[in-house]
Write a protein that binds this ligand. Structure first.
Ligand code: SF4
Length: 175
């Protein structure tokens, strides 16, 4: 049952049509983003545009494998964003480690550390897949189903435990 008020539903519909995205380009899959955003596929026509700072971004796009050191930066970046916010894992490396599965230096599954609202599988996902996935995310935002930011607040202890397990004291150092 949808517990949102009419006003909240209207806000979610408008949000779903106006999304600013911050790119965290960690892996090789980021090479598919320029054709997706520029004239050939033109993702901006759906209402998704680039944003240079986490403070004003709605979506954080993590494009590939994450070393434990990079994971820390991604956590900091996500936590600087204002809610509501959405996290997209791009490429199989964010989903299950991909070709780096069980490497000593990378994580296997991004959603163990941060709430992923959408995964785009593939190595690397093509623009058609990216657009299809983002259209799905936009629908989920409009219907209120994409609520990873709430889950992060509600299950903060669980996420912190996993983050500490991967990073140890590194989680709180400023270097
Ligand atoms: S999923 Fe493939 S393209 Fe993406 S970061 Fe991993 S190895 Fe690179």
């Amino acid at each position: 049952m949808d517990s949102r008020t009419m006003w909240e539903k209207v806000k979610d519909i408008t949000r779903g049509h106006s999304l600013w995205m911050l790119y965290y380009c960690t892996g090789c899959g980021a090479i598919e983003l320029p054709p997706t955003m520029t004239s050939r596929f033109d993702m901006e026509r759906f209402g998704i545009g680039p944003m240079a700072t986490p403070r004003q971004a709605d979506i954080l796009l993590v494009t590939g494998y994450l070393s434990t050191k990079t994971l820390r930066r991604v956590i900091y970046t996500y936590e600087q964003m204002q809610s509501p916010k959405w996290l997209v894992g791009f490429g199989s490396c964010t989903l299950n480690g991909g070709i780096y599965h069980d490497s000593y230096a990378t994580i296997n599954q991004l959603d163990q550390y941060l709430p992923v609202d959408l995964y785009l599988a593939g190595c690397m996902p093509r623009p058609e897949v990216i657009i299809k996935g983002f259209k799905q995310l936009m629908e989920m935002i409009k219907t209120g189903e994409a609520d990873g930011w709430k889950q992060y607040q509600d299950n903060r202890e669980w996420y912190r435990k996993n983050q500490k397990k991967a990073l140890g004291d590194l989680l709180y150092t400023t270097r």
